[in-house]
Design a protein around this ligand. Structure first.
Ligand code: IPM
Ligand code: MG
Length: 361
């Protein structure tokens, strides 16, 4: 029986409108092979939405996302909107989308591909074989904690405030996602916090530790975030699954991404309790190369594969896409961000053509 899925596409800004069609084409190609039918609907978010409606996340967009099976996002932001007041920034739209869809678990894999090992700024023997999953809490912590804002003190001086707060329930639900993922990987979970200084982190550590009795097959360790940042560069292979809060996860996932050589290759998934998820490349909107056919569409394509795997329960179709990505890399095709000597430099369109050829072969 044909499976039908309604997918909301959010191309956003910058290179978004160039890379989303590549993922759509890849989905259609595997759809034919695996009897999956996709109905795509497009909506505005980020700067594109600000220009059109004045709001980085229009209500129609949120509604459309809620009325779909899964959401595929490219990227938001650009210089043009950087000086607007905070409620009108593209980033505010992204945060509102995560909050509005209650996507509390952000999965950011950082896998060093053998084909791209020399693109890493670190030595080959340090990064070779690295395969890390960062599980970042996405709807709590200092990003959303209250009080927040810039307030005048009694002396009239301004004071900026954000609050890092987690409840037991928030820690437990992200902890369970992370343990479940670690269990399906190599059975190692490292929780990252700052429990030597922060009370919120002490509660985090206590709850993650308490959960471990339910996961006797998962080996739990803890690191302070400063040490974790160092260990990621010193010996990334010691890590399997990392679980951490919103801010530490934001920082460490960029660091982990760079181990792989190019942030242009990395997908991510943001999941909630409802089954609806949002899938997006880790990289940004790259306004400096937008509209020039230079973008690397592979992280977007791999995000579509994550959607198939985690959102739609179609692992075979996900494997098929991931295999095609490996094939184009094996064949030597490289966009500028992953280019190295002896490889063939291609643009977004040519990369897309090569990928589709590999998928249809
Ligand atoms: C990310 C980004 C966002 C974040 C920004 C764009 C709001 O850095 O997805 O990691 O801080 O979460
Ligand atoms: Mg970030």
């Amino acid at each position: 029986m044909t499976q039908q899925y309604r997918i909301t596409l959010l191309p956003g800004d910058g290179i978004g409108p160039e890379i989303i069609p590549v993922a759509v084409a890849a989905l259609k190609a595997v759809g034919k092979q695996f009897d999956l039918q996709f109905e795509f609907q497009e909506a505005l978010v980020g700067g594109a939405a600000i220009d059109e409606t004045g709001n980085p996340l229009p209500e129609e967009t949120l509604e459309m996302c809620r009325n779909s099976d899964q959401v595929l996002l490219a990227a938001i932001g650009g210089y043009k909107w950087d000086t607007l007041p905070r409620h009108q920034r593209p980033e505010t739209g992204l945060l509102a989308l995560r909050e509005g869809l209650q996507l509390f678990a952000n999965l950011r894999p950082a896998m060093v591909l053998p084909q791209l090992i020399d693109a890493s700024t670190l030595k080959r023997d340090v990064v070779e074989g690295t395969d890390i999953m960062v599980v970042r809490e996405l709807t709590g912590g200092i990003y959303f904690g209250k009080p927040k804002g810039i307030f005048a003190t009694e002396t009239g001086e301004q004071r900026g405030v954000n609050t890092m707060a987690y409840t037991e329930a928030e820690i437990d639900r992200i902890g369970k996602v992370a343990y479940d993922i670690a269990r399906k990987r190599r059975g190692k979970l490292c929780s990252v916090d700052k429990a030597n200084v922060l009370d919120v982190s002490q509660l985090w550590r206590d709850r993650i530790t308490a959960l471990s009795s339910q996961y006797p097959d998962v080996e739990l360790s803890h690191l302070y975030v400063d040490n974790a940042a160092m260990q990621l560069i010193r010996n990334p292979k010691q890590f399997d699954t990392i679980v951490t809060g919103n801010l530490f996860g934001d920082i460490l996932s960029d660091e982990a991404a760079m181990l792989t050589g190019s942030i242009g290759m990395l997908p991510s998934a943001s999941l909630g309790a409802s089954g609806l998820g949002l899938y997006e490349p880790v990289h940004g909107s790259a306004p400096d190369i937008a509209g020039q056919d230079k973008a690397n569409p592979l992280a977007q394509v791999l995000s579509a594969a994550m959607m198939l795997r985690y959102g739609l329960g179609q692992p075979a179709a996900a494997d098929r896409i991931e295999r095609a990505v490996m094939q184009v890399l094996d064949a030597g095709y490289r966009t500028g961000d992953i280019m190295s000597e002896g490889m063939q430099l291609v643009g977004c369109q040519a990369m897309s053509d090569a990928l589709l050829a590999a998928l249809e072969a």
